[in-house]
Design a protein around this ligand. Structure first.
Ligand SMILES: [Cu+2]
Length: 214
């Protein structure tokens, strides 16, 4: 009996702990916000940065072929900075703000995740580790990152640019929109050969016909 009570108490504590990492209502969700716990390598918070980040279709119109974007493609903060994020979705559809690559002992799956199911606003804080690194920020809904909703958060200047950040870096593999002229050349040669064959065979058949009739 005592064992059962202990198990129930343990499960209750675990569920409360996981619930504390996630806030959810009818408008959106915040998962793994961390306003208080310092990363192991940070003696203290170096600076507090208030970032307002917009997501929406209108921020992508300046990029050819893109459909969605954040209003900025890059942010830069100091190592051990505390970032207070205000995430605003200007569209009527779902968008996410996800940061990957954070230390797993503070952020389960190394991730901070904000999501709005439509137009609205969310708030969350996090504290960055004490190392120069470039973090991927994107919306993970199907095709949203590919269509432009992908940015980078640099800590201490970062450790390089990530690929396919609009107006910052080239994709690893570009979309194959270019015309393959080699196909056209091969096609042209085939058409020319066929045309020549028809003329030569036609003339031969005509000469046979006229020779036989005289
Ligand atoms: Cu999105």
């Amino acid at each position: 009996m005592k064992k059962n009570k202990f198990l129930i108490a343990l499960l209750f504590t675990i569920s409360q702990a996981s619930f504390a990492m996630m806030q959810m209502d009818e408008k959106g969700m915040v998962m793994n916000a961390n306003p208080h716990n310092l990363p192991k390598d940070c003696p203290q918070i170096s600076e507090t940065v208030d970032l307002t980040i917009h997501a929406g279709h209108k921020y992508a119109t300046k990029f050819n072929g893109k459909m969605f974007a954040f209003d900025q493609q890059q942010w830069d903060v100091k190592p051990c900075a505390k970032i207070n994020i205000t995430f605003i979705n200007d569209d009527q559809i779902r968008h996410q703000f996800m940061i990957h690559g954070l230390p797993g002992y503070l952020y389960p799956d190394g991730m901070l995740h904000l999501e709005l199911y439509g137009e609205g606003e969310l708030h969350a804080s996090l504290i960055m580790p004490n190392q120069k690194k470039t973090y991927l920020v994107h919306c993970e809904l199907a095709q949203h990152a590919e269509k432009g909703m992908k940015s980078q958060l640099k800590v201490g200047g970062g450790d390089g640019d990530l690929p396919s950040i609009s107006a910052i870096s080239m994709p690893i593999k570009a979309d194959p929109y270019s015309l393959d002229l080699s196909v056209l050349k091969l096609g042209g040669i085939i058409v020319l050969l066929a045309f020549t064959t028809v003329i030569v065979v036609g003339r031969w058949l005509l000469s046979l016909y006229f020779n036989s009739s005289t």
